[in-house]
Structure formats: C-alpha cells, structure tokens
Design a protein around this ligand. Sequence first.
Ligand code: UDP
Ligand code: MG
Length: 345
Amino acid sequence: MAPNREPTGLPTEPGAHAASLSIVVPLYNEAAGLDRLHARLAELAGQLRQRFGLPSEVVYVDDGSTDATLRIARDLPATNLDVQVVSLSRNFGKEAALMAGLDHAGDGAVLFMDGDGQHSPDLVEKLVGYWIDDGYDVIYTAKANRRNESALRRLAVHAFYGLVNWGARQKIPEDAGDFRLLSPRAAAALRQLPERNRFFKGLTSWIGFRQLRVDYEPAPRAYGVTSFSTKRLVGLSIEGLTSFSVAPLRFASLLGLLLALGAFLFGLSILWETWVKGETVPGYPSIIVGMMTIGGVQLLMIGVMGEYIGKILSELKARPIYFVAEHSRRRAEATADDHEQSAAE
Ligand code: UDP
Ligand code: MG
C-alpha cells in the first residue's frame, strides 16, 4: 500500500500512481567503481520498494568520460530499477551533468548523488523517509565537520558564503553538498529555472519549500582522484558568487565610499598642517600612495564588473547547457514481488 503523500503537496489527482524516485548520478571517469555502485543502488531500490512501495530509476550521466565509464554503464543490469544512460557530447562539467540528469529524470522525486562512492547509498533510505513520511521537499546533506580541511580552506569557504549570503533573503547553507533529495514539486521548480550559469546548491536553496539539513560524514574517495582542483574550486566560487549575488558590486561601492572618505580626511589633515601649523607637507610619497591605491581598486572593480558582463553575455547567447550524444533506457526486470502484486490485482 502506497503511503500517504499529502504533506508534499504533490500535483497528483486522486488514484494517481505512487510517485517514483529518480537517482541522478553524474559520472566523469568513474569506471573503476561503477559496477559496485550500481549493485548497491539496485539493492537500495529493492529496499525502497519494500518499505515505501516506491519504484526507482537511476539516471547515469556520462559527462564525456575518457575511460570505459560509458561502456560499463551501457551494460549495467536493470534489476529492481530502470536504468537510463545519458551520454553528453563532451565534458560539460558537473553542474551541466546534474542538469542533464534532472531533464531526463521522471516526474517523481529526484535524488542527486556522486558516482565516486563518497555519497553513501546507506543514507538514502533515511532521506526518502524525510520526504515521504515527514513531507520535506529539499533534504540536503551537509558535512558534519571540516576538521580534516586546512584552516585556510575553511576560511575561504567561510568568506565565500559570507559574501554570497550578504543581504540575501534566502541564505545558501554553508557546508551543504550536492547529495540531496528533491520532492516532485521541488524538482519541478528547479526545472523551471532558466539560467545557463548554474550553481546547483544555490538554486536548490533559492526555490524554497520545506528544507531540511541532514549532517553526515562523506566517505573518502574510494579510488581515483577528485576532479576539483583548488583552481577549479575557485572558479566555481566565482561562478556561484556572480550568478547568485550582487554582493561584489555592492562591496565595490562600499570600498569606493571608504576610499573617498579616507581621502577626504587626509585632505583635511593636510589643510590643518599647512594653515594652522604652517608646515609644508611632503608631496611625492602621498601622491604615489594615493595613485596606487586608487588605480588598484579601480582595476579590481573593473574586473568584478567584467565578471558580471561575461555572465550577461553567456545568458544572452542562450546556448544549450549540454548536448546529448546518446541516450538509452532499460525498464526494470520484473521481480518476484511484482508478480505477486499483479496476481493480486
Ligand atoms: N563529475 C562530473 N563532471 C566533471 C567532474 C566531476 O560529472 O567534470 C562528477 C564525478 O564523476 C563525481 C562528481 O561529479 O561523480 C563529484 O566529483 P568529484 O568526486 O571529483 O568531486 P569532489 O567529491 O571532490 O567534490
Ligand atoms: Mg567526490
């Protein structure tokens, strides 16, 4: 018997079929552990069907992998769950891969999960419980602690979120990862956001609805290396900042104001020294310092404005976020359970 899903406000008409779950997994050179992950997901699908009466599918998005990922994905067995394989025409990046997965997922709930085993399938049943039993829409996982990261990195993360959330109505939670479950209506909302520059964590937070944070400890990468170097993370941060907030522009105005104020006070002090104390103020150093400060700040702020103009340009070009080179779908093979069910009907 399908549980009551009233609280999520699903757009279901009476008698509509039980909702479903789509698990979206972006894959970039994950050949080494794909078989194992898939076996675990198939097992999980069986548990979900049993406990919640929930049918599931998995959507693997091959993000232009250069190893055997696609070949392995094509042959994965559809035991317990439907298997879709979407192969992008080249490496578009994780955000684009997530978008491709969302576009191909069914209209039920959507779960996003990394393909490297860091996002534990063991936690999924709990996340689904928060959706079905408690009616939450966006259930996101967050790192329970960052003890194993350097102080510098923690500071950078803190500064980033401080800036993004500065004056924002809907704050993006710090430490939240991409491992998250969206209810059908939250997934539908996410699909409606048209922008090309996607910052997934920000967007899922921005849509609102009932959000829930679940702390967990991400497992260490089982094999391979992370594809997010520090350089790429900095890039992603700039991307997130500029597509999400105008805080850097406001910061520029504020800095300009402070500089102008400083200059004004400095001017006053010079007047004081020449008129009241009768001393001549040495000109050269103060002029050079002033010029360099103003010049530096101006260049920096032109750079910030340039980032936004670049963003406007790419939104204006309105190019597709990704291209699909190949798409396949296999329906779940009927299990013993299904036979019993159809016999009962
Ligand atoms: N990924 C992707 N496209 C990319 C880079 C990464 O689809 O260009 C996938 C990757 O296969 C993995 C997930 O995104 O499933 C997270 O990547 P990774 O583990 O390298 O990042 P980290 O966990 O270190 O943040
Ligand atoms: Mg990882």
